[in-house]
Design a protein around this ligand. Sequence first.
Ligand code: CA
Length: 245
Amino acid sequence: MTVPPNGTKNTQRLLIVEDEAHLAAGLKLNLELEGYEVDVAQNAKEAGERLLQVRAYDAVVLDVMLPDVDGFELCRRLRESGNFVPVIMLTARAAAEDRVAGLEAGADDYMVKPFELGELLARVRSALRRRRWERGHQKPSGGASLAFGRARVEFDSHEVWIDGAPAKLTQLELDLLRYFAEHPGRVISRQELLERVWKLRNYSYTRTVDNFISRLRRHFEDDPSEPSYFLSVRGAGYKFVPSGG
Ligand code: CA
């Protein structure tokens, strides 16, 4: 495990939300072998109590199929409550619509059962790296900041200020903003955004992109109906104009 710069061992806490006891136990064991502290919640109610009341977690592995509230809804409630813990969703359904639903609900990553244990561990590590940046245990790698209009963004620490006041964006909103920031002034198609930001290939559910553009506009535009920064280019896609269009 990575030891943070202050030299103390940083035991990271994970929550597994899964009602299939043998699967939950297997995941718990393997994650504990990796050095994590792991709790299991068997339903959404228990998960909600743990997440909102009992303790802070560094990441959540969330099964979609739960006996009470499904994982999408649980994730959505979590985000609405202002909790931006990294969430990796698990589902038995491979449909792209499910993946999109998970990401729209605010999940950071998505795995289809049955999955390779090694891949899940890699994704947990990746989610935790982002979390460490958020918590300031790791210095930002530098250069990954953006200022436009009334906004200032530090991508590595996941911090956004609008008129100097902190604003909360989901990981996916930040990823989308970052992709635009890396390509200022260029017209980017919805298909390219789906591929590069959502990691969806050959997928035509472009309304997802439009929904997220609307979210960015609500965050950053003075008048979301008359955008200056996130411009629609008819028939082509979107263009980010940091100087205001
Ligand atoms: Ca389940």
